[in-house]
Design a protein around this ligand. Structure first.
Ligand code: SAH
Length: 239
């Protein structure tokens, strides 16, 4: 069934109205008409089945069912050192599909990207919404503003499991991590293309992070991030 994003205020009990780009997509791209059934999600966890009633300037819908989805637990937060080109776009999309709760881009000592243009974060909003529509995720990925490494560590105190992925780690491997389902929230840090500076690993360890290895090969940052998302979601019972 075709899925559309709707603002919560556009739903009033059994009635809803769709306008703007989502209405355009319904009408001109998908060419749906009165009588067709669609699915709506409002980004807060509510998912509705609805029937198209009237195709005027706005599209009038009759809501038939409503289901409320709770946020996932444990909540997984992926903090990623800024990457070049479209790699961050790719990771934002994959994080949405894999049910990651929050994505925290950060700037660190060996980042090749000086900073992020605001335009990118608004492009991410679109990527996230499209990915939610495609995969049926009811609550979108939250993206934090870009922070620096110190601020990232400073704000991570409340996570019950804190991991930093480091290619030079030899003692702690992912396979040795206990199942994570008992944690309310997990945060994982992945470095930029240039990796973490040794001082950053020390600083993170002091802030309560455990350095973890992903095996003997040095992975590209995006390979490391995608693997971490999938494996931690598996260990958390979220896949
Ligand atoms: N430039 C560095 C590698 C950086 S890889 C070098 O050549 O030494 C980018 C990021 O991916 C790293 O900061 C780390 O977070 C993650 N990563 C890549 N391979 C890894 C591995 N084998 N174990 C743990 N983390 C890894």
């Amino acid at each position: 069934m075709h899925r559309f994003f709707i603002e919560p205020q556009s739903i009033d009990g059994p009635r809803a109205t769709l306008a703007g780009p989502e209405a355009h997509h319904l009408r001109h791209v998908l060419r749906l008409t009165a009588g067709n059934e669609i699915e709506l999600f409002d980004g807060t966890g509510a998912v509705y089945q609805a029937r198209i009633e009237h195709m005027g300037k706005e599209i009038r819908l009759a809501v038939t069912t409503r289901q409320i989805f709770a946020p996932r637990e444990p909540a997984l937060f992926i903090a990623q050192g800024l990457l070049k080109g479209k790699k961050m776009d790719f990771l934002v999309q994959k994080a949405t599909e894999l049910g990651v709760t929050g994505f925290l881009p950060f700037h660190s000592a060996h980042c090749a990207v000086p900073d992020l243009k605001d335009a990118k974060t608004s492009r991410w909003e679109k990527i996230i919404l499209e990915a939610c529509k495609q995969c049926g995720r009811p609550i979108p990925l939250q993206v934090a503003p870009v922070s620096d490494f110190d601020a990232l560590l400073g704000a991570a105190g409340h996570h019950s499991c804190k991991l930093i992925f480091w290619e030079k780690e030899t003692a702690t491997h992912l396979a040795g991590l206990a199942p994570l389902a008992a944690n309310p929230s997990v945060i994982a840090l992945i470095g930029p293309e240039g990796g973490f500076a040794p001082e950053e690993i020390d600083q993170a360890a002091q802030a309560g992070f455990t350095p973890v290895s992903l095996g003997r090969q040095v992975l590209r940052a995006e390979t490391a991030a995608l693997s971490v998302m999938a494996i931690l979601q598996y260990l958390s019972g979220n896949l």
